[in-house]
Design a protein around this ligand. Structure first.
Ligand SMILES: [Mn+2]
Length: 325
């Protein structure tokens, strides 16, 4: 547990004038929320701020922010030696080509992942924090500031995203709720943030959801639910219509369900596999056996081969855990 923001890190931010704030590839609400809020705060203090991202901005809830981000670091900007802040990112590979651009520049890392190889000159990492935005809130207050309304909303947005709108908060941790109370006092409400995260989805995504649900197969007496999406689905509905979060949520609500498998054909040769667990099963370990990774309750991997073939391999792996009593 590392709740106190390191003093050197605070001093670097306070004395900085030019900042590049970077996040991971395929950004999500926690990443974007952390970048926008911290950038907004540093601008208010008079800093020049550049928000950088490898993109792509696919999730509908972050599309409205895409135009604020630069997809590469201009050489002229690099020559001015900005202070780099990397958020929500535990490994350099996750920032793509920026890993080369930030070489030799002082780099701050603010993150809540427990895995990954460390990088950065000054780090603030707290794996007990449900979102990076809550760490950014602590950074802002350590710098003597208070989030304004824009910052409070972005910070709440990140927390709402990473906790599945607070459904995954299961620790007894009043600090989280005290932070939420402060953000609410600054103008962020659950209703606004719920709409930011969950509204505005294309109709095609609802129809695709229906297709994937109707294909669900109950395995091991319903303890495992498995479904899939095809290349044809992607052609018909578009990649932006994929909504695995909603699909997992609906399937995981099934009585007796302990794990969910989602197999997606990415192209003629490759599938991506998503795994979710309700109970005690460690799907991170299963994904790891196939060269992937993740957490105990949410993990995934990429696979070269057909949808049927990967399902067979997964069933073999799972049968040890789910053999009928
Ligand atoms: Mn995060």
């Amino acid at each position: 547990m590392n709740r106190k923001v390191p003093r050197e890190l605070v001093e670097a931010l306070v004395s900085g004038k030019l900042f590049c704030i970077l996040g991971h590839a395929e950004p999500d609400g926690d990443c974007v929320g952390s970048q926008v809020a911290l950038g907004h705060f540093l601008s208010r203090l008079g800093g020049e701020v550049h928000l950088l991202s490898p993109g792509p901005f696919q999730r509908p809830e972050i599309v409205p922010f895409a135009s604020r981000f630069e997809l590469a670091m201009e050489p002229a900007l690099r020559e001015r030696r900005p202070l780099v802040v990397v958020v929500d990112c535990s490994a350099l590979e996750r920032i793509g080509d920026f890993a080369a651009s930030i070489g030799g520049l002082t780099t701050i890392v603010i993150d809540h992942h427990s895995s990954g190889r460390g990088f950065g000159d000054l780090t603030y990492i707290d794996p007990t924090s449900p979102s990076v935005t809550l760490l950014v809130e602590r950074v802002i207050s350590s710098m003597g500031g208070t989030p304004d309304e824009t910052e409070a909303r972005m910070l709440f947005f990140g927390l709402g995203t990473d906790t599945g709108f607070f459904r995954h908060l299961d620790a007894r941790d009043p600090d989280v709720y005290e932070a939420m109370a402060r953000l609410n006092g600054a103008g962020a409400t659950p209703k606004q943030i719920y709409e930011m995260i969950y509204s505005g989805k294309p109709l095609a995504s609802r129809i695709l959801l229906g297709r994937a649900l109707s294909r669900t197969e109950a395995l091991f007496d319903g303890r495992v639910l498995s479904t899939y999406e095809t290349i044809e689905d992607m052609r018909t509905f578009g990649a932006e219509s994929r909504d695995s979060d909603s699909l997992y949520q609906l399937l995981q609500a099934t009585g007796g369900c302990e794990a969910v498998i989602l197999i997606r054909e990415e192209d003629e040769r490759t599938c991506s596999v998503g795994l979710r667990a309700n109970g005690g099963i460690d799907v991170g370990a299963i994904a790891g056996a196939f060269g992937g990774g993740g957490h105990k309750k949410a993990a995934g991997f990429e696979w070269t081969g057909s949808r049927e073939a990967i399902k067979e391999l997964l069933l073999r792996e799972l049968s040890a855990l789910f053999r009928a009593p």
